[in-house]
Design a protein around this ligand. Structure first.
Ligand SMILES: Nc1ncnc2c1ncn2[C@@H]1O[C@H](COP(=O)(O)OP(=O)(O)O)[C@@H](O)[C@H]1O
Ligand SMILES: [Mg+2]
Length: 237
């Protein structure tokens, strides 16, 4: 573990008190976490929020992104009030753009190898956003499960790993196995409610959380502000 500040804290938090409260106080270190949801449900925004919270607490973070380059991530995070420039310059935050489509079955194995190498630099949090494009090119379901088994082994060494996944990309029995292998599972949904698109965050489980989880909340992504938790009746209404 590197650095400064409030590292006595044993959890990775989002830095957003309301959100942390809903997540049982934050992700215990060493958690293997799954953020599941369809397109536009908030997987990237939630993982950006958690990465930023970790950086604020002095943790080191590495992101494997199939969605953003460093160049596109900086303005995206800045648009929701998450300034990462300083952390990038200090090497506390590393971003690896990844392109899986040409790797076929090797995508998940190459990814876990890269994550292991990254862990050798004792990173505190490793995020994969998203695993979907790696998985859709995988024909052997066992290699997907191997990925999670290996990730779990890394977590046992102390690193926290967060993976986002578009659930429809994988057969439902595989999704079930993945969910049960993960220590934390957050489910995001964007539901059409009349005219309105409502975003829902469900904390399905967080093993070892300081407080009770299992909560369902609505949220909005506000430009210049980020994720704002809103009461569910209002969110649906
Ligand atoms: N800066 C922003 N201002 C307003 N809305 C945003 C901003 N960034 C992302 N969003 C919205 O947040 C929602 C979730 O986006 P995202 O996290 O990228 O979804 P996913 O990764 O699940 O596909 C989308 O509706 C997106 O338009
Ligand atoms: Mg995304």
């Amino acid at each position: 573990m590197s650095g400064d500040k409030k590292q006595a804290k044993k959890v990775i938090s989002s830095g957003n008190a309301e959100l942390d409260g809903r997540m049982g106080g934050g992700l215990p270190r060493g958690t293997l976490g799954l953020i599941e949801g369809n397109s536009g449900s908030g997987k990237s925004v939630l993982s950006q929020q958690i990465m930023w919270g970790a950086l604020q607490d002095g943790y080191t973070v590495s992101l494997f992104s199939s969605e953003n380059s460093v160049k596109s991530l900086v303005p995206q995070m800045s648009s929701i009030d998450l300034d990462i420039m300083e952390f990038l310059l200090l090497g506390k935050f590393r971003v690896y753009p990844v392109e899986f489509s040409h790797l076929g079955d090797n995508a998940v194995t190459e990814l876990i190898q890269a994550m292991k190498r990254e862990n050798e630099y004792s990173r505190d949090l490793i995020v994969v956003d998203s695993l979907t494009s790696a998985i859709i090119h995988t024909t052997h379901e066992q290699s997907i499960l191997n990925f999670f088994e290996e990730a779990k082994r890394l977590c046992a060494q102390g690193v926290t790993i967060l993976v986002t996944l578009h659930n429809q990309a994988v057969a439902s029995d595989i999704v079930g196995s993945i969910r049960s292998m993960c220590d934390a599972h957050i489910n995001l949904k964007a539901e059409q409610d009349g005219q309105k698109l409502v975003k829902i965050l469900e904390v399905a489980k967080i093993r070892g959380a300081a407080s009770v989880t299992g909560d369902i909340v609505g949220f909005d992504v506000e430009p210049g502000w980020g994720m704002r938790v809103i009461p569910i009746s209002k969110a649906r209404g």
